[in-house]
Write a protein that binds this ligand. Structure first.
Ligand SMILES: [Zn+2]
Length: 374
């Protein structure tokens, strides 16, 4: 099943060696950006340690143990993630019953559509109640597993009391237990925690690997797979999310802006900007900016290397727009495109920092117009 995780051969090699030689560390730290396979790898690793199959290709994914892991329902899988205050008691029961539905929603989403973000209705963190439950469980013996598997997702979101409680467990780890911490923000973890774990780095996945996943496992159309792979920034999760959601609509939105800038339809653009729907939020804008960077890059290739275009379906428009620029030194034009893409990166950071969305979009439009200056 490890084969399902693409583009992570280094990380998987470390885990396979550990399994083959039966040298399992007591604690691992899976780190790397979001949506690249850290959780899946943690789950499969735990499954492999408990799989009933005698084959060398563990986990099998079909034995009773594997199936319980895949349903996140194995009694010896201890899974902790940031939550609102659930009023968790020492037996792991949620006493604030209003949250039971949300908690179950999170788990269901994790199993069925893990590429979607699940939003709790209140502030989330890893709370000391979760850690106290975990510590109590680790002091008891395992139910049925040969290895208890403890996965702590977004471990950087432990508050101080939680981190201190956890540190004691790490210092005296229980037997036949593997603890896997997952984080996309290594620098936010206490150094005392980091130093007690074996680090396993997960790298961003290349666009061509992501494109393959989208086409083979999700039956995405070729142009959608290609663009989603390129704007996903190395995250398989984000790419699947794009391919599944209104991303096509946002791509058309971006293309509309690109077209208006190319043809000087400023007034139409200002009108559109004033009447953006409420649903068009910072995340939508970030996605549009990413698409615009891709269109800009393609403009550069439209005449000289059309086979390398990301937006193959827009080939005709791109070629015409590039032609309209006339005789322009390709090197000069490449610099223009690079400057634009860097600017978009800056805008994306601003949008993440709550910048005014309309102002950012307006500036984007003016920057875009510079690309079309003959
Ligand atoms: Zn199995």
């Amino acid at each position: 099943m490890f084969r399902n995780i693409k583009g992570q051969s280094n990380a998987l090699q470390i885990l396979k060696l550990a399994l083959d030689n039966d040298r399992i560390a007591q604690a691992y730290l899976f780190h790397g950006s979001d949506g690249v396979g850290k959780f899946t790898a943690a789950l499969y690793f735990g499954m492999a340690l408990n799989c009933f199959s005698k084959s060398e290709f563990r986990p099998c994914g079909v034995c009773s143990s594997c199936r319980k892991f895949l349903a996140l329902d194995h009694p010896d899988l201890l899974y902790i993630f940031p939550t609102p205050n659930l009023g968790l008691n020492l037996d792991g029961e949620i006493t604030k019953t209003d949250y039971i539905q949300e908690y179950e929603g999170y788990i269901r989403n994790k199993i069925e559509t893990p590429w979607e973000d699940y939003q709790f209705s209140a502030n989330i963190m890893i709370r000391v109640e979760s850690m106290n439950w975990l510590i109590k469980r680790l002091n008891l013996s395992a139910y049925e597993a040969s290895y208890r598997v403890c996965i702590i997702e977004d471990a950087d979101q432990m508050n101080i009391p939680t981190a201190n409680a956890f540190l004691k467990t790490l210092e005296e780890p229980p037997e036949a237990t593997v603890i896997i911490l997952i984080t996309n923000n290594l620098s936010k973890l206490l150094p005392t925690i980091v130093s007690r774990c074996q680090p396993v780095h997960f790298q961003p996945v290349t666009p061509s690997v992501i494109e393959g996943i989208l086409r083979e496992s999700f039956n995405a159309a070729p142009e959608l797979a290609r663009t989603a792979a390129h704007i996903a920034d190395g995250s398989v999760q984000r790419a699947i999310h794009f391919a599944h959601n209104e991303s096509l609509e946002l791509r058309e939105h971006a293309f509309g802006i690109f077209e208006m800038a190319a043809t000087g339809k400023d007034l139409a653009h200002f009108r559109q900007l004033r009447s953006l729907p409420r649903s068009f939020n910072a995340e939508s804008a970030i996605e549009v900016l990413r698409y615009l960077s891709l269109f800009a890059g393609d403009l550069n290739l439209a005449l000289d290397a059309p086979e390398q275009l990301v937006n193959i379906d827009k080939r005709d428009f791109l070629a015409k727009a590039r032609e309209a620029l006339g005789e322009i030194d390709p090197a000069v034009y490449t610099d223009r495109v690079i400057a634009f893409v860097l600017l978009m990166e800056g805008h994306i950071r601003k949008l993440r920092g709550n910048a005014n969305l309309q102002l950012v979009m307006l500036d984007t439009y003016f920057q875009l117009k510079k690309l079309f200056r003959a």
